[in-house]
Design a protein around this ligand. Structure first.
Ligand code: PLP
Length: 375
């Protein structure tokens, strides 16, 4: 039986940080009171939520009252996209065609309600062009939503420049930073964004926890209504343990972002070098300015799903860029948008290394892929 596990799908989710796990346990087993209750048993849970909010705010250069806890990236994106524009029935939104489905589906459901949405194209590296944003702006544009880093190809956008363009026309700017928070340095004030979405399980926190940054002074309706939690902006009993774990994981990741980038760059470089050494025919998707550790490669005239399943048998876990259904291959909207050549697009694999991965893992994965392709 194969007992080796090499997990290299960290853009899908990450392993919970050990310190975060230790920190959260107490709020599940001992200090489990509802933080909104009036008795003294709820004091500690209420206090740790406050501390987590402060700590998370510090990590991204925000104020504590600009952080709102959510259930993750999907909720955060839906909240901002659907609630920012609801004050104006004629509102127009601008986004990009390579956003995560949590943004694209939210936009599509607004279109069905009569709102209009422009989906900006990207260049072959997956970058949004500033002039296309300028051209798409209309008098009724209320919100621009552009992701910070793409989850399939890792391309990072020049968010501060795009936000500047939006603000010069008095338009609000949101960024889906789910893949970026805890992986690259982020300062919301320097980026000058109005809203930012994050998800804990992408940075070694737990699944089902996240936060949204909302710049002070911006009016936004709650997405979930009910109790008065989260400054009356997000109802529902707080996931105290998840929030504690998220703040510990984020603080820890943010303390070593420079070393993390160096080590991820070395791992990716070695992976690509090994593929080249084995004379594998492949192309790299995305831009030079890519998320640390994420590499999307396409192999000629093969199916990525076949590679994924063969690697799976070897205890190696990566992701594909296309999904097979019973009839044909459903290609990813991102790979189509960057125009990956026809003979390569179905053979796409996304390897997303994380902090548990080593150069040895990179070499093993590259050589297993080379062996599979040779066969
Ligand atoms: N946005 C991006 C860019 C993502 O990669 C993901 C998850 O893969 C999401 C949003 C959704 O996040 P969550 O899984 O926390 O709902």
């Amino acid at each position: 039986m194969n007992t080796r596990v090499i997990y290299a799908d960290n853009a899908a989710t990450t392993r919970l940080d050990n310190y975060a796990f230790d920190a959260m346990k107490k709020y599940l087993l001992e200090e489990y009171a509802n933080p909104s209750a009036k008795y003294s048993f709820s004091r500690l849970p209420a206090r740790v939520i406050k501390e987590a909010r402060n700590s998370i705010a510090l990590c991204i250069g925000a104020n504590h009252n600009e952080i709102f806890f959510t259930s993750g990236g999907t909720e955060g994106n839906n909240w901002i996209i659907k609630e920012v524009i609801c004050f104006d029935k004629n509102a127009h939104i601008i986004t990009s065609c390579i956003e995560h489905h949590a943004v694209l589906q939210a936009c599509s459901s607004l279109e069905q309600k009569g709102y209009s949405v422009t989906y900006l194209p990207v260049n072959k590296y997956g970058q949004v062009d500033e002039s296309s944003l300028k051209k798409a702006i209309r008098p009724e544009t209320k919100l621009v939503s552009i992701m910070m880093a793409n989850n399939e190809i890792g391309t990072m956008q020049n968010i501060s420049s795009l936000a500047k363009i939006a603000h010069s026309r008095n338009i609000l700017f949101h960024t889906d930073a789910v893949q970026a928070v805890g992986h690259i340095p982020i300062d919301v004030k320097r980026l000058d964004v109005d809203f930012l979405t994050a998800s804990a399980h992408k940075f070694n926190g737990t699944k089902g926890t996240g936060f949204v940054y909302v710049r002070n002074g911006i009016e936004i309706n709650p997405f979930l209504e009910g109790g008065s939690q989260e400054m009356k902006k997000r109802a529902g009993t707080e996931n105290v343990a998840g929030i504690v774990a998220m703040s510990v994981a984020l603080e820890k990741n943010c303390q070593c972002l420079k070393q993390y980038k160096q080590s991820m760059d070395a791992v990716v470089e070695l992976f690509l070098d090994e593929l080249r050494k084995r004379k594998v025919d492949f192309i790299i998707n995305g831009s030079e300015t890519s998320l640390p550790g994420l590499v999307s490669v396409s192999f000629k005239n093969v199916e990525g799903e076949m590679i994924l399943h063969r690697l799976d048998l070897k205890g190696i876990y990566v992701s594909t860029g296309a999904a097979c259904n019973s009839k044909d291959i459903e290609q990813s909207h991102v790979l189509k948008a960057i125009e990956v050549p026809r003979e390569y697009i179905n053979g796409t694999i996304r390897v997303s290394f994380g902090r548990d991965n080593t150069t040895e893992h990179a070499a093993i994965i590259a050589n297993e892929i080379a062996d599979i392709l040779k066969r």
